[in-house]
Design a protein around this ligand. Structure first.
Ligand SMILES: [Zn+2]
Length: 295
């Protein structure tokens, strides 16, 4: 029998459905379709991009960032598919990338990171970081879901711990966090990067088979050229510092006088060049750091 209570419930249900559809549609604006089943998610103004892969056996999400980002990304995912979230994959340990996992755990996702990243996360808790329930070790792991393969590549030391580069072999797509940011100088004081191993890692990425790269920072979609350009910047900066060493310039004034006109159009050129130069100079002055025996 029809009642006022039933009609009230009906109206509220419709309103909630409408609100959730509107929220999903709003977040859909921040999706970039990379391939048929692959989407980048991120509001460039917020500075972080994630990626999700939709299969007919579920969804795989890369890079939760934080709870706010993950909640909005989940709305974006729901604007594309109703498939369950099967996996959340972490790129590396740092707090500014590894928060927000609980949003996907609540959806039943399994959370996975390289064992090095998991060990750090366990030792360095953060209120927004959910500990992964699975870790992987070694150089490579493949995840197969609904006909899609996602390769997880650990390239050794470069930035942070357990840094994972993801490759989709069929779609020829890679997802890269922090170790390549197109058209921008190195991040501030270049924190937690081993410069020598970073350059080696970039060369290994350049040798991979892919045509499209999705980056956590900077422009959402690029190519192998962006990876090469980041490597060349590091090498050009080191070259400019060495040229000053050769001229006998006092090492401690070099960061303040160094110029790299080729990169003037890159973001943060004026703001960060001196900081970048200090970091590379100290690496050459003190020797590579951070360092571990296996590298
Ligand atoms: Zn990082």
């Amino acid at each position: 029998m029809y009642s006022i209570k039933n009609s009230f419930v009906f109206v509220v249900t419709c309103l909630m459905l409408f609100m959730s559809l509107t929220a999903n549609a709003k977040q859909a604006e921040h999706i970039t379709k990379v391939a048929d089943n692959v989407y980048a998610y991120g509001n460039p103004a917020a500075g972080y991009t994630s990626m999700f892969i939709v299969t007919d056996e579920g969804v795989v999400v890369l890079e939760p960032v934080n709870s706010t980002h993950s909640k909005l990304m989940f709305e974006a995912i729901r604007s594309v598919t109703d498939q369950p979230i099967k996996y959340l994959l972490h790129s590396h340990n740092h707090w500014d990338h590894s928060g927000g996992g609980q949003v996907f755990r609540d959806q039943g996702a399994s959370i996975l990171a390289h064992e090095e990243a998991v060990a750090w996360m366990r030792a360095n808790p953060h209120p927004d970081m959910a500990l992964p329930n699975q870790s992987w070790s070694g150089k490579r792991k493949d995840i197969h879901l609904g006909g899609t393969t996602i390769e997880l590549h650990y390239l050794g030391m470069n930035h942070g711990l357990g840094m994972t580069v993801f490759r989709l072999p069929k779609e020829k797509i890679v997802f890269i966090a922090d170790i390549v940011t197109p058209d921008r100088l190195l991040f501030t004081i270049v924190p937690d990067f081993n410069i020598k191993q970073w350059v080696r890692s970039l060369e290994e990425i350049e040798a991979m088979d892919f045509t499209t790269a999705v980056f956590t920072h900077g422009k959402v979609i690029g190519s192998k050229k962006d990876v090469a350009a980041n490597r060349e910047f590091i090498q050009d900066l080191r070259g400019a510092i060495h040229a000053e060493f050769k001229k006998g310039t006092n090492p401690f004034i070099i960061p303040n006088i160094i110029k790299l006109p080729k990169y003037e159009s890159w973001a943060m050129y004026d703001e960060w060049l001196t900081m970048n130069a200090w970091r590379i100079l100290l690496d050459d002055h003190m020797g590579p750091f951070p360092w571990r025996a296996e590298d």
